[in-house]
Design a protein around this ligand. Sequence first.
Ligand code: HEC
Length: 142
Amino acid sequence: MKLNLKLSLALIAGSMMAVSCGGSGNSSESASSSSAPAAPEPVKEISLEEKYKDDPIFIRGVELMKQNDCPSCHMIERKIVGPSYADVAAKYETTEENVEMLAGRVIAGNVGVWGEIPMPAHPALSEDDAKDLVRYVLLLKK
Ligand code: HEC
């Protein structure tokens, strides 16, 4: 009896293997397409977020962004309602004059530099926070 049980278990296991082997034996088409030579891995570009994540200006900026509405119109590397931060960073050199000028525009609102859509004013934002936000934006150069 014991031997019979073992034997039948072996048979069941064997037939299950046969089923799974049969399945894969039938897939010559997909095998040939997947055996095409793999393209060499492109050098992966790191995101700007990755590049600057340890910079204190970046860390401070992320904190302020969370407390403000900027992310609803701006993304780091993609234009949504407003220009991407990377585009703004590429346009302006990081100088104290530019930081002040752009902080003033964030507080007062602005239109016409990037298109017809206006950026609303942010009167509740302090000048210091606006400057830290702009320093963060201008940091994000490629
Ligand atoms: C309702 C959408 C909206 C919000 C919210 C918003 N922006 Fe903007 N932002 C825009 C648009 C649109 C422009 C382009 C304005 C223009 O063409 O002059 C812009 C432009 C800018 C510029 C570039 C200004 C220039 O003159 O080149 C900076 C810097 C900026 N935004 C930062 C911020 C920061 C920081 C915040 C959060 C405090 C913020 N924005 C919130 C829509 C927005």
